[in-house]
Design a protein around this ligand. Sequence first.
Ligand code: NAP
Length: 247
Amino acid sequence: MSLQGKTAIVTGGGRGIGRAICLEFAAQGANVVINYAGNSEAAEKTAADCEALGAKAAIIKADVSKADEVDAIFALAVEEFGRVDILVNNAGVTKDKLIMAMSEEDFDKVVDTNLKGAFLCMKAASKLMMKQRSGRIINMSSVVGVRGNAGQVNYAASKAGIIGMTKSLAKELAGRNVTVNAIAPGFIDTDMTAVLSDKVKEAILGDIPMKKLGKPEDIAKTAAFFAQDEAGYITGQVICVDGGMAM
Ligand code: NAP
């Protein structure tokens, strides 16, 4: 696989799955714009590691749920690299609680970041990619958006919404040579899942046919696949990378 000379924006690219995507894209020759929310140290480290692979990298602090901050991400990409070939909507948060304990703020925070953030980035990317008549948009959904999960009404709403947005935008942009696809990871070993108790982790493992958590690199390879020129006839798809969990 090669992404030589392409420019990619990866939201939430400093840590976890986003970091692995940045490194995979960089290894394949892409320039990367790494967006983060607050952890500048992680973003700087990821940028340095991308540069060590021979890629150009830029970092930008921006809250993807805010339109003006999203505009700044795209302005930086155009200023630094002249175009945007690939957008990965990866930034995401959880605020898990059973519905009776879930506050309106917890619901809004998760939906604003995971769903509205992806909408704002897709809108900014569409403007550029429609003009270019080429592009790849890759959205991070979740097995939870496919199957639901107790304690994650807010998160499931955002991740199921991602699937609906992916298919809708795929239809809007199909004639412009821009593909829009989603990845639905299962349980991947990152900071997001590190906070779960051993009891919860054991229960999850019991629910995964392959009996192991996934690695961020598993998701990064899938994102790189969707980003290839050769994947140009694939759009509106959701691929589960989950050890068989969503079967
Ligand atoms: P993670 O390790 O918690 O990293 C989340 C990333 O999102 C961080 O880089 C964070 O930035 C960024 N972020 C959070 N809020 C943001 C905002 N408002 N604006 C911009 N960036 C923001 O999570 P992960 O496990 O790598 O997950 C990455 C994506 O995969 C998420 O969309 C998640 O829902 C999805 N996913 C994960 C799993 C899993 O098992 N891990 C499973 C299914 C789907 P800072 O570094 O600055 O804090």
